[in-house]
Design a protein around this ligand. Sequence first.
Ligand code: ACO
Length: 322
Amino acid sequence: MTFSRILGTGSYVPEKILSNTDIEHLVDTSDSWIRERTGIRRRHVVDERESTVDLAERAARAALDAAGLDPREIDLIVVGTTTPDRIYPATACRLQARLGAGGYPAFDVQAVCTGFIYALGVADRFMRTGSARHALVIGADTHSRLLDWSDRGTCILFGDGAGAVVLGVDDVPGILSTHLHADGNYEDLLYVEGGVPRGNGVIAEGNAYTKMRGNEVFKVAVRTLHRIVDETLAANALQKSDIDWLIPHQANIRIIEATARKLGLPMERVVVTIDEHGNTSAASVPLAFDVAVRDGRIKRGDNLLLEAFGGGFTWGSALIRY
Ligand code: ACO
């Protein structure tokens, strides 16, 4: 049997920082409300010159360095993103060109905040079937570009960033399982209206702002993530106590705490970056992953549970023996 395992991780966040106090000047909110209700203290945002592929490239190169691989050894790129620079080509294709390569498959998957987990699930299936030997899997988003800076229900939540992993084939499983789900019936709770032009050449019909009924999304997210924890443990015949680290999507500290309680994990075993990064959409899980690998918390052999929930609705998890 062929499996995939993680050879290296990388991440990048833009230099520009927006604190809660900065946002107090834009909408009727307060630093204390944002910290208490979400856990966020600041977020990094792109400037006018930066784009999603810039962030993806930085994270990809860091992951390649960590894996000790040359970009020419990669034979698959999958990017989870909802904020591609262009309608096409895909961010993955633009990245492939920047890495000085071509010929092998490179494509984006759009599953909003679950984008990285979807990308990982797809890449793992390529590796298991012998269709790729070294994959770059990335979550990258510039969600700040989809925000209405007069809507306090959304503009406080999001930041920009990218996270990447390099996968290599192995006889021993690193990725034990991935679980991907969607339910398109919840569109009204979380969406961006704008889409491709309707033949008139005008970009973004409607507007391109994130619209969210936060409180309702919150309740579904908590319920759904509880279910996926059970599903993931059962699929691997593991107990809660077998999990060394939870690497959750960083949407709200209260959602993260609820999932940790479900797993019986103390918060010291949960990777939390929401205070520094906010919700970076598809980047949030691989960004948190890389932070905890680089600061030495996550060690080879640890069992990691990754999970995410987002627009679509989409949700998913991955169980990894690092
Ligand atoms: N500052 C101050 N007050 C605020 C703010 C703010 N930024 N935002 C809302 N409020 C007020 C509301 O107006 C409301 O006031 P009222 O009681 O006078 O009517 C009160 O605070 C409570 O509002 P709720 O919406 O119930 O607040 P809640 O505790 O649910 O927090 C939040 C809102 C942070 C958005 C939360 O619901 C949340 O995190 N939801 C989930 C987000 C999520 O997981 N999204 C999925 C991933 S994102 C993606 O895929 C793109």
